[in-house]
Design a protein around this ligand. Structure first.
Ligand code: SF4
Length: 62
């Protein structure tokens, strides 16, 4: 599983970082970024919840 944040959609609410700090962090422009390209198996469910919980659907998973 891979995740990617589209920063033009991110409104900097911080939900994904609160939920899944191992996967998401703040980038230089105060938008969330994915810190890893490949999500480790043990946190895939959490990462999926972050994708589902993003209020602007800024996170894509594949
Ligand atoms: S949950 Fe979505 S809008 Fe909020 S910081 Fe993360 S990517 Fe940005």
């Amino acid at each position: 599983m891979k995740v990617e944040v589209f920063d033009d959609l991110c409104i900097s609410c911080g939900e994904c970082i609160s939920l899944c700090p191992n996967i998401f962090e703040w980038g230089d422009d105060d938008k969330a970024i994915a810190k890893v390209n490949d999500v480790p198996q043990g946190v895939e469910q959490l990462a999926h919840e972050a994708v589902e919980g993003c209020p602007t659907a800024a996170i894509k998973e594949e």
